[in-house]
Design a protein around this ligand. Structure first.
Ligand SMILES: Cc1cc2nc3c(=O)[nH]c(=O)nc-3n(C[C@H](O)[C@H](O)[C@H](O)COP(=O)(O)OP(=O)(O)OC[C@H]3O[C@@H](n4cnc5c(N)ncnc54)[C@H](O)[C@@H]3O)c2cc1C
Length: 293
């Protein structure tokens, strides 16, 4: 039997610390040093990786680039979140809490108060794990991510950022700069269920009482090799039938669509059980009990 010991260093290897003050300066540095430079946002993942032995010649700190820390909401259009906005900024934002409830509910379940004060939304999306807790909420909110480099900026739907099971698809000179979330459906709310490192479920609901206007969106992390939004359920919930029946129909479609992995944290069977349990819980709470996060 091979035993692998993970040794955390107490000191970091020598490297050059760079602290740009503008997006232009940041992108120039990333273009110059590419894979030799790591982006440092909150550092809650990066510093651990470096203590485990991952080596970079440079770190480029995003925290002093003011444009990357803002949360700007325009009524009727939506919100633009800078990639270096902290999870605590999101948790404290009235707009995120009232309009983008599913994201707010997920954020407040991440780590503890201290971690959320450092950790950023960009770092959450770009850390090597595809289980980060903001992914599924951003999928049900139809978020679009702005990816920038000296070659220009491109916008990509959040699901495409995670289309590769190996991790986030970024070129060595690229930086996630902003997250755009459109105005959510009128009167919508949402909730997030998670078993950390094992599964995340985001549900967004609006107009539960009116089948013609009712919107139900569901997305998962760790229910398939890459994050998964199950679009088929939207049609099911437009039917004018008792909500209990619609929930049952949706659960059978979801069961057929998911393909959760078995790994050292949980078996496929356990994840399947959690998917059914957690999804039913959220749907009942949001659709029938009129609950909230
Ligand atoms: C005790 C503890 C508890 C945790 N609990 C949770 C939890 O409950 N849920 C959860 O989802 N996570 C959790 N995490 C993981 C982590 O803290 C979060 O994912 C956090 O949001 C990472 O953000 P950061 O700003 O610290 O990222 P960093 O560590 O700064 O960066 C992470 C990675 O993303 C890259 N990166 C950062 N910003 C960008 C950008 N704008 N563009 C491109 N690449 C970028 C970095 O180069 C690095 O590779 C936990 C971590 C710890 C240590």
């Amino acid at each position: 039997m091979i035993i692998v010991a993970l040794v955390l260093r107490t000191t970091l290897p020598e490297l050059e610390y760079l602290s740009p003050r503008s997006v232009e300066e940041l992108l120039e540095l990333k273009a110059r040093y590419r894979d030799r430079a790591a982006l440092l946002a909150g550092g809650t993942v990066l510093l651990t990786l470096m203590r485990l032995g991952f080596k970079f010649e440079y770190v480029i700190d995003l925290k002093r680039v003011k444009e990357l820390s803002s949360i700007d909401y325009v009524e009727g259009k939506g919100v633009v979140i800078g990639a270096a906005a902290t999870l605590r900024d999101l948790e404290r934002s009235d707009v995120i809490k009232s309009k983008y409830r599913v994201l707010w509910d997920a954020v407040r379940q991440i780590g503890d108060h201290h971690l959320r004060s450092r950790a950023t939304i960009g770092g959450n999306l770009c850390n090597p794990s595809l289980q980060a807790d903001t992914i599924a909420p951003l999928m049900v909110l139809d978020a679009v991510v702005e990816i920038s480099s000296v070659r220009g900026a491109r916008r990509t739907p959040i699901s495409e950022l995670f289309s590769n099971p190996g991790g986030v698809s970024l070129e060595p000179d690229e930086v996630v700069t902003k997250i755009y979330i459109p105005e959510p459906p009128r009167g919508s709310t949402g909730s997030y269920f998670k078993v950390w490192w094992i599964l995340g479920i985001a549900v967004l609901v609006s107009n539960p009482g009116d089948p013609r206007e009712r919107v139900v969106r569901i997305a998962y992390t760790s229910a398939a090799p890459t994050p998964l939004a199950i679009k088929e359920v939207e049609k099911i919930f437009r039917q004018d039938r008792p909500l209990g029946e619609l929930i049952k129909e949706a659960l059978s479609v979801i069961k057929a669509r998911v393909n959760p992995p078995s790994d050292s944290r949980a078996s496929r069977e356990y994840r399947e059980h959690l998917i059914e349990f957690g999804t039913a819980l959220l749907l009942r709470k949001l659709l029938i009990e009129g609950g909230d996060a």
